[in-house]
Every structure is written in C-alpha cells, then in structure tokens.
Design a protein around this ligand. Structure first.
Ligand code: NAD
Ligand code: WQD
Length: 342
C-alpha cells in the first residue's frame, strides 16, 4: 500500500518513513530539501534495507504537485509534514510562512480531490493551545490566538481541513505534536537544525559537543516548581509510530468523524532544568549553562492530556526523558564525527 510522505527527508518525516516501511507500507517521499538533505534517503535505506522512492520538488508549485499526483494516483494516504517551522523566522518573514505552509496544503488537498485520494494526516502543533487555562491540555481546550505567524499557519491549516472535509470526500487527522526530541536508535537519522538551533535539545547537544559556548536558560521566574518553563517532550520515534497508527485508522475506515484531532504527547511535563539534569545524567558531562531573561512569546507551561489518543488510537508514548536525551546525544556525536567540517 503506497503512502506519500511530504517532508519525508526532514526530522519527523524521516523517522516516520522508517516506521511505515517496517509495517510494510510502500513509501514515496516528496521534499524540496529546503531544510533537509538528500542523503537522508540513503540513511533510511541503511536502516530498513528498503530505498523509498524520492522526488524533489516544491509543493507550493501547483502544476508540479498535480503532475506528481496524476502519476501516483494509486497513493492510499498522504502524511503532510512539509512546512517551515521556525517560530522566530516566521515573525521576520510572515508571508514566506503563509505561502509555504498554506499553499502547499491547498495544493495537496486539490490534487487529492482531483485524483480521488481520500486520506490525509496533517502535522499540527500544541502551539495552537497557547498558554492553556487548564493543564494537562486536552483536544477540547479552546484554540488561543496564535503567538506567531508560524502558529497561525497551523491554526488556519486546521480550519482549511475542517472546511475541506465538509465539501469533499477527503478525511483528515490532525496530530498536535508537543515537543519532539531525540533520534533514531541507529543514530543514522536525527534532527539537523540549520545554523544556531532555536530549540532546547539541539542547543544542549551542540553545547556539549563544543559547537556552542553556553546554553542560555530562558527565565527562572516562572510559576513552576523550579522557576523554569515546562514542556511535554516526546521521543521522535514514539511520535513517528503514531503516524502509522493514524494512517491505518484511515485506511481501515475506523475514523469516527471525517476530521479528527489528536494530541501527541507523553502527559509528563518537564522543566528546562529537568531536561538539563537528564542530559547530564545520560551523557556523564556537566553542561555549561546560565540563566538569562525570558524568551518573548514563550508560554510558561504546557503538557498534554494524551488520554484520547491513548484510548482511540491505542497508541502510547513509551520512551523516557533519559532515552530521549541519550538518543539525541548519540546522534550528535555520530553526526559530528562523520561530518567534522559541518
Ligand atoms: P523539518 O524542517 O525537519 O521537515 C520539514 C521538511 O519539509 C523539510 O525536509 C523541508 O525540506 C520540507 N519542505 C518544507 N517546505 C516544503 C515545500 N514547500 N515543498 C516540499 N518540501 C518542503 O521539520 P520537522 O521538525 O520534521 O517538522 C515536520 C512537521 O511537523 C512540520 O509541519 C512542523 O511544522 C510540524 N511540527 C514540528 C514540531 C517540532 O518541534 N519539530 C512540533 C510541532 C509540529
Ligand atoms: C523549550 C523550552 C524555552 C532554547 C517550539 C515551537 C512549537 C513547537 C515545538 C512546532 C522553552 C527553553 C529553549 C534555549 C531555553 N514547534 N529554551 N534555551 O518553544 O516549547 O516549542 O517547538 O510546532 O511551536 O514554539 O520549544 O525547544 O524552543 O523550547 O531555555 O536555548 O526550552 O524557553 O521553555 P518550544 P523549544
């Protein structure tokens, strides 16, 4: 059974391709390599022994997208990861984010409709909840006004999906990820941020390996037990597995509504200092960090209520924070060892 994975050479996409292949799906990747490298296809092949079909083009291009779907009209489902994801950059370049994230989604939906492909799994984000009024946050919580153009693209995308499923035969599942971290056990694929990382764990591993001098911890005056902000970190392999479950749910006609939304988190909240302590424990290295002021736009604390996804999808995140940090650290070391000039 053929599944299209857009953004399949990216961080979460590549891990999902591996899990799909392990479950005997045939995978076709589309990626324009704007934030990933073609060698990821080789790494996937090394892990699974199967080379996914790969086509490089920009999903913002309507003609190329339609031509691709016409050629591959035996696709049974689409997992749409391809998007820009840097919150800060989206504030600087909002139109670039709206165009890339929204036009690619609309192109895909139009081609799915014209080629009779009904099933779409969409990458959404916990960012749609902002600072929730109640914790843990469930799928029923209200959507808060987006803090950034990036966050707004996820909210608008969910609205586009809601409207589209009402007027077409397309079904969609939006998966709201909390904070994905870690890497594949093989250390052949992982997160590859371009330039200075914005996210906590890549910054930690790059500091530990000597690429960055010091980690800045953004704020210690939050209303949390140790004063630092709290998030729900989830291992990328656990996250990837949920996509396989979602695809099967659609193909096996087990959806209860033609648009469904699920939280993908562990249900555990950890502070920035918890993450640092876990990293120090698994790496055996002291981390050079200092406390600085809050980062504008950060929410104080958020973690998932995963009860609905646990119950309905029969999926549960299994890996601990230590396992997440250990795999991220192994990936950083193997990657830098192999690419000492990068
Ligand atoms: P990533 O940047 O590693 O992967 C995205 C991939 O999409 C990249 O390989 C990029 O080259 C490709 N791409 C982007 N625009 C494209 C286009 N127009 N045409 C073709 N390819 C294109 O990001 P990721 O962390 O793997 O995120 C995947 C998805 O999950 C994104 O939609 C992101 O917004 C969402 N998400 C990520 C996180 C996170 O913390 N990583 C959290 C919540 C949601
Ligand atoms: C985690 C915690 C920081 C870096 C972002 C997006 C969100 C989603 C996931 C896509 C926060 C602190 C960080 C550093 C620090 N992505 N931190 N020093 O901001 O929770 O979520 O990625 O949808 O939309 O906003 O993740 O990893 O940047 O930060 O102290 O150098 O670590 O303040 O408390 P965030 P993050």
């Amino acid at each position: 059974m053929k599944i299209l994975v857009t953004g399949g050479t990216g961080y979460i996409g590549s891990h999902t391709v591996v899990e799909l292949q392990k479950q005997n799906f045939e995978v076709v990747i589309v990626d324009n390599l704007s934030n990933s490298q073609a060698e990821v296809v080789d790494s996937i092949e090394k892990i699974t022994g199967i080379r996914p079909h790969f086509e490089e083009f920009d999903l913002v291009n309507r003609e190329l997208t339609e031509a691709f779907f016409k050629k591959h009209n035996d696709i049974k489902g689409v997992i749409h990861f391809a998007a820009f994801k840097a919150v800060g950059e989206s504030v600087e370049k909002p139109l670039m984010y709206y165009r890339n994230n929204l036009v690619s989604l609309m192109n895909i939906l139009e081609s799915m409709i014209s080629n009779g492909i009904p099933n779409l799994v969409f990458s959404s984000s916990c960012t749609v909840y902002g600072q929730p009024d109640e914790l843990p946050v469930s799928e029923k919580a209200p959507i808060k006004k987006a803090e950034s153009p990036y966050g707004n693209t996820k909210q608008i995308s969910e609205e586009i999906l809601t409207d589209t499923i009402h007027s077409s035969s397309v079904n969609a599942i939006a998966l709201r990820y909390f904070n994905p971290i870690g890497a594949h056990d093989s250390a052949l694929i992982g997160e590859l941020p371009l330039g200075v990382p914005n996210n906590l764990v890549p910054f930690i591993t790059q500091t530990a390996i000597g690429l960055r001098k010091q980690l800045s911890v953004f704020g210690e005056d939050y209303n949390t037990p140790d004063g630092t902000a709290i998030r729900d970190y989830i291992h990328v392999v656990d996250l990837a597995k949920a996509h396989v479950v979602a695809v099967k749910r659609m193909i096996e006609n087990k959806m209860k509504n033609s648009f469904e939304v699920f939280n993908l988190g562990t249900g555990n909240g950890y502070s920035v200092l918890d993450v640092i302590k876990s990293f120090e424990r698994v790496s055996g290295l002291p981390l050079n960090y200092k406390i600085v002021g809050r980062r504008p736009g950060d929410v104080e604390q958020v973690w998932a209520d995963p009860a609905w996804s646990n119950e309905e999808l029969g999926w549960k995140a299994e890996r601990s924070l230590d396992e997440m940090n250990a795999s991220a650290w192994k990936w950083e070391q193997v990657y830098r060892g192999k690419n000492s000039s990068k």
